[in-house]
Design a protein. Structure first.
Lengths: 114, 113
């Protein structure tokens, strides 16, 4: 059973912020939220992850709701090169074997429009 | 700094043939895994390894074998190729306790005719 729910597709104008939502209502206390993206069927690329605090890095920001049941990935100034499929994944934070397995859904196909 | 390297990039097999997809990483990661991706789908885990000499099955292991004799290499063997194994195969690696995510190779596109 799917652990995350994402819209199948979204459009965003170039230069604007892209806000990609993800629902993970069954997330447990030790599970992190990870985001990956896949461009043109290349290998997935790690973007960002978080547990309960908002996170920001050079690629994106991650906003996690207080109840941790949903999150939003924000690309602050989307470019054409950000057109990709974005995957939201939850995984345990402990170091056991199960923590390394990534369960991919179908993700959100983001199209950045000139 | 090569990261995760997969070879070959493309391969066409005839039904019943066997072959090995190669995966190597130079980051000294303990954990390595193989995924397959079918058109319009997310990635599905085939096999994984948490260290040299240790492997286990993922979601879709049938028809595939793996071994892990070194930390660097994690080959995936197709025993008797079938058209249903036509897919794109990705290898990934990560380190215990690492919170920075997994590193993926660029994929092997396999067609079985």
């Amino acid at each position: 059973d799917a652990k995350t729910t994402q819209p199948p597709s979204m459009d965003c104008a170039e230069g604007r912020a892209a806000n990609l939502p993800c629902n993970h209502s069954t997330i447990s206390g030790n599970e992190y939220v990870y985001w990956y993206r896949q461009i043109h069927s290349q290998g997935p690329q790690y973007i960002i992850h978080g547990l309960k605090n908002n996170e920001t890095n050079e690629m994106a920001s991650l906003i996690i709701t207080e109840d941790r049941k949903s999150s939003t990935l924000i690309l602050p100034h989307a470019t054409l090169r950000d057109t990709a499929v974005y995957y939201c994944i939850v995984r345990p934070g402990y170091s056991g074997a199960g923590s390394y397995q990534l369960t991919f859904g179908k993700g959100t196909k983001l199209s950045v429009i000139p | 700094n090569a990261g995760v390297t997969q070879t070959p990039k493309f391969q066409v097999l005839k039904t019943g043939q066997s072959m090995t997809l190669q995966c190597a990483q130079d980051m000294n990661h303990e954990y390595m895994s193989w995924y397959r991706q079918d058109p319009g789908m997310g990635l599905r885990l085939i096999h994984y390894s948490v260290g040299a000499g240790i492997t286990d099955q993922g979601e879709v292991p049938n028809g595939y074998n793996v071994s892990r004799s070194t930390t660097e290499d994690f080959p995936l063997r197709l025993l008797s190729a079938a058209p249903s194994q036509t897919s794109v195969y990705f290898c990934a690696s990560s380190s215990p306790g690492q919170r920075a995510g997994s590193f993926f190779g660029q994929g092997t596109r396999l067609t079985v005719v």
